[in-house]
Design a protein around this ligand. Structure first.
Ligand SMILES: C[S@@+](CC[C@H](N)C(=O)[O-])C[C@H]1O[C@@H](n2cnc3c(N)ncnc32)[C@H](O)[C@@H]1O
Length: 229
């Protein structure tokens, strides 16, 4: 058994034995109209940290995987008005909502928003300078985390950067509540994976450049910036 397989086995014993993508798609499709509030309340600070640390410069080709309702994506487009910004999400309603908002706010920018599964991305090898992925890995089974990270690596150019945000696992009370919520609605909450993600990132042949803990109220996040050699 190689290193990556043993990490997958270890994480598999922590819940979500398989990805329940159809249920996840349905849940997020239904929540697309109200999701912006939750993203603003809980994710905005981690988004700021990821955006700054990834050092997006105007003119780059940038991908965001699992955009949700597009709160980070619009900030990416604002930072990259003359580049090309692509956003994907499993939920067609989330992708549509993000697309409409971006067209309204940045009609002149070169953007694309589509419903795409992060495990199988329809992009050429080495076609992006930076890839963002926030709060997705919680919703994927261990082997699909490896698959999605492999896809991100494949579409990133050499020396490109991945900015990954996970739900933090450094607040005990929060962890207890999350475990209960994840047991009740696994398709929406998934389970926490932040402790396992650095080893999985390195097993996918990324180098971790930055690792920051962020709190927004009671909600913890872990922001990881990794470079592709
Ligand atoms: C917790 S939300 C996070 C949204 C956004 N990234 C943010 O930071 O607020 C998770 C998002 O991942 C999307 N998602 C779940 N599984 C996915 C997959 N296999 N491929 C792409 N997106 C996925 C969901 O539809 C949902 O919009």
């Amino acid at each position: 058994m190689n290193h990556s397989e043993s990490l997958v086995l270890e994480l598999s014993s922590h819940g979500l034995p398989r990805t329940i993508a159809n249920r996840t798609r349905r849940v997020y499709d239904r929540l697309a109209e109200v999701y912006p509030l939750s993203a603003r309340l809980f994710h905005a600070r981690a988004h700021t940290c990821a955006l700054e640390a990834a050092e997006v410069r105007d003119g780059m080709r940038v991908l965001e995987v699992a955009t949700g309702s597009g709160e980070l994506f619009r900030r990416v487009v604002r930072a990259n008005p003359n580049g090309h910004s692509v956003g994907v999400d499993l939920s067609p309603n989330m992708a549509r909502r993000t697309r409409r908002r971006i067209w309204r706010e940045f009609p002149a920018a070169s953007t694309l928003c589509q419903a795409v599964d992060a495990r199988y991305m329809p992009f050429r090898d080495e076609s992006f300078d930076v890839v963002f992925c926030c709060y997705l890995l919680e919703l994927l089974a261990a082997e699909d985390i490896v698959r999605a990270l492999g896809e991100i690596r494949r579409v990133l150019r050499p020396k490109g950067k991945m900015a990954l945000v996970c739900i933090g696992q450094n607040v005990k009370h929060f962890n207890r509540i999350y475990k209960i919520a994840g047991g009740i609605a696994p398709a929406f909450w998934g389970r926490q994976v932040a402790h396992h993600v650095p080893a999985l990132i390195e097993a996918t042949e990324f180098r971790i450049l930055k690792d920051c803990a962020i709190r927004q109220g009671f909600y913890p996040s872990r922001v990881l910036i990794a470079g592709r050699d």
